[in-house]
Design a protein around this ligand. Structure first.
Ligand code: PRX
Length: 647
């Protein structure tokens, strides 16, 4: 923790949408009378039929129900595209920067409209209707945004699966939501390397009973792929057959917009469901205020659309605000460690939003790759995805932003739809490592293990006491799981799964997950998922996975593996297991360290004591706690002496 404080520069307090006094009064209004507050701010989007009801939400155990603007009718694609055509049709909506610095493209709102409508017509011609699910497995190319908006236009529910997931993971997600249509590309391109997206789709679809009806393939690399006659079609060929006019489906505010699968502490990933009206109001409002977005800004969020950050802050929030949003296909260190900063200069980016893991890895290359670029266009920096350590914060502030750009450290989750705790750059003093204060309408509380609400400066678990418009509405197809996961631990409150501290100024410091979820390079991973992948290997009898502190990734994946009787623990097998997990889940789940353990610490009833495994992985051998209740306390010694070293 750092005790440094950076006051709000006076020019920021004057020019930003809100200064501190304004924040205080707006915040008070938002929590004192949410109906009046959101009733007013809901008007920031266009409605075909205006709502007459604003908030209708209940966190009551057994009756959790969340509705916002429930009788309003609108369409997200209309709001992100059509409504801008009259005033800013020729303004650039999307700047696309390819993996190679030689490739980029600018798409105006008018062009965006035409592209979205064509893609919508291609889907419509294949029978896609309101309420149908469409899986999108695309690289970071403009078609990813077109596809999202095309679904929204038709009222179809998109489910994007990150291109780094394996065929197995993809297949599970297609089957869970019952998609009959998949949109993909021949291959993706990242850091000069090809990703076999279409081949992955083929493998995924092969394991689904009944398969899918249509696979639409965008040509990205021109690489040769197998096309199944009658099922598969190249997008450019299908698009040549349709017009660029397609009406926007009238959608109720509570009609689903998208499903996004995310990892939890148990079982398979959950389909987080977001709906139309409240989500868009919240994504666009946070985008405007948190980034102090003004017309003319060039805004760049480096996330992938496969994650919620890409949904809310590359596509929906910025486009609803008529912004120019940059989409980047590549990676931070290709072709050089200056790539981010080169792109900022090339496109005159003024607002830049990235993840601590990227900052930490670029920091390792020193200041030179940053300093040789100008970055004069930058005025605001953002951070998301995991706690940012004060060293990385200071480097980002001092070297990248040259002490001129405030940093907004934004805390939120797939489930929250948009940013919940964050500085507002004209209003909030900054403390490196703190996400600071709640956004309008957000009521954080810190509770102890028994659910007692703590006052003043304290540390405990983070819950949110009442609903905000961007909140997820359910787990797709499993409302019971939604209630159990988020509302059962502390009845009547939304449990975030995060621990936090609140300091004497009322600022929040997120300390990380308190459940069996780990955060690897800002990507969320359930330890249970990695474990079940490992035990699926024929040579593995048992596995336990925990996180450990990793200099670049934030957390790394540490796997304790017990082999079947008679199997030799070799280096080859270690590599084989890493490759196995990559194949089962995807490269993002690769274990960093595997320790072969003849026995795992278990209670007499057979429950693995993860607390002990976590401490060993963190090198905290002195604070293992009570081990006397273990069935075989001797295993702990063995585990400590064979602790794998960090790479
Ligand atoms: O632990 C918190 C961490 O990321 C989790 C949510 O992950 P996901 O649903 O994948 O969404 C990531 C992008 C919004 C949270 O439970 N997290 C996210 N942002 C921060 C953070 N931890 C600390 N500070 C943040 N700014």
């Amino acid at each position: 923790m750092s005790d440094k404080v950076y006051d709000v520069p006076s020019q920021w307090a004057q020019k930003a949408y809100v200064d501190d006094a304004h924040y205080q009064s707006m915040y008070a209004a938002s929590v004192n009378d949410p109906n009046a507050f959101w009733g007013e701010h809901g008007k920031r989007i266009d409605w075909f039929t205006p709502y007459t009801k604003v908030k209708n939400t209940s966190y009551d155990p057994g009756h959790v129900s969340i509705k916002w603007f429930e009788d309003g009718v609108t369409n997200v694609a209309y709001n992100c595209v059509d409504r801008h055509l009259e005033t800013r049709g020729d303004q650039v909506a999307i700047i696309w920067e390819g993996d190679s610095p030689d490739e980029s493209r600018k798409i105006t709102y008018r062009e965006l409209s035409s592209e979205v409508n064509k893609l919508a017509n291609v889907l419509r011609n294949r029978g896609v209707e309101k309420g149908d699910r469409v899986t999108i497995y695309l690289p970071m190319i403009p078609e990813a945004a077109f596809a999202m908006l095309a679904c929204a236009r038709l009222g179809a529910i998109h489910s994007i699966v990150f291109g780094g997931f394996s065929p197995d993971s993809l297949g599970g997600r297609i089957a869970d939501c019952g998609s009959k249509v998949v949109i993909t590309a021949d291959e993706g391109l990242r850091g000069g390397r090809k990703v076999p997206l279409k081949a992955n789709v083929d493998a995924a679809v092969n394991q689904i009973e009944g398969g899918v009806d249509h696979v639409i393939v965008v040509r990205r690399t021109g690489g040769k792929v197998d096309m199944v006659p009658g099922r598969d079609v190249y997008y450019d060929e299908a698009a040549a057959m349709v017009t660029d006019e397609c009406p926007a489906e009238p959608m109720n505010a509570e009609d689903p917009l998208f499903i996004l699968y995310t990892s939890g502490s148990t079982g398979k990933p959950k389909g987080v469901l977001h709906t139309t009206g409240g989500y868009l109001v919240y994504a666009s409002m946070t985008h405007q205020y948190v980034f102090d977005y003004h017309p003319g800004d060039i805004y760049w969020c480096t996330a992938d659309v496969g994650w919620v950050t890409g949904h809310s802050y590359i596509v929906y929030g910025p486009l609803a605000n008529g912004a120019t949003t940059l989409m980047f296909e590549g990676i931070p260190n290709y072709p050089s460690m200056s790539r981010f900063w080169d792109v900022i200069d090339k496109h005159q980016v003024s607002i830049f939003y990235t993840a601590p893991t990227a900052i930490r890895s670029l920091m390792q290359a020193g200041e030179e790759p940053v300093k040789k670029t100008s970055r004069a266009s930058l005025r605001l920096l953002g951070s998301v995805g995991e706690p940012i350590n004060p060293e990385a914060w200071e480097w980002y502030y001092r070297v990248v932003g040259e002490e001129r750009c405030p940093i907004v450290d934004t805390w939120w989750q797939t489930e929250t739809g948009g940013i919940l705790i964050t500085p507002l750059p004209g209003a909030t003093k900054l403390k490196p490592g703190s996400a600071t204060r709640p956004f309008f309408g957000v009521q954080p509380e810190v509770v102890d293990a028994a659910g007692q609400v703590l006052d003043g400066a304290c540390e405990g678990n983070l819950v949110i006491a009442d609903s905000w418009p961007g909140q997820m509405r359910t787990v797709y197809g499993d409302h019971e799981r939604f209630e159990q996961t988020y509302f059962a631990t502390y009845p009547g409150k939304y449990f975030t799964g995060d621990g936090c501290r609140r300091d004497a100024d009322g600022f929040y410091w997120i300390t990380g997950r308190v459940d069996d979820v780990i955060n690897v390079s800002g990507h969320r991973m359930g330890t249970a998922e990695v474990e079940s992948a490992l035990v699926a290997h024929p040579k593995v009898s048992e596995a336990a996975v925990v996180g450990f502190p990793h200099d670049i990734k934030g957390q790394g994946i540490y796997a304790y593996v017990t082999l079947m009787d008679g199997v030799e623990p070799t280096e080859e097998l270690r590599k084989e297991l890493v490759a196995w997990v990559r194949r089962e889940i995807g490269p993002i789940a690769s274990p960093d360290l595997i320790q072969f353990a003849p026995g795992l610490p278990k209670t007499r009833s057979g429950k693995i004591m993860r607390r002990i495994l976590r401490k060993i992985a963190e090198d905290q051998f002195e604070s293992l706690g009570d081990t006397s209740t273990l069935a075989d306390p001797g295993v702990v010694e063995d585990l400590i002496s064979n602790r794998q070293n960090k790479r």
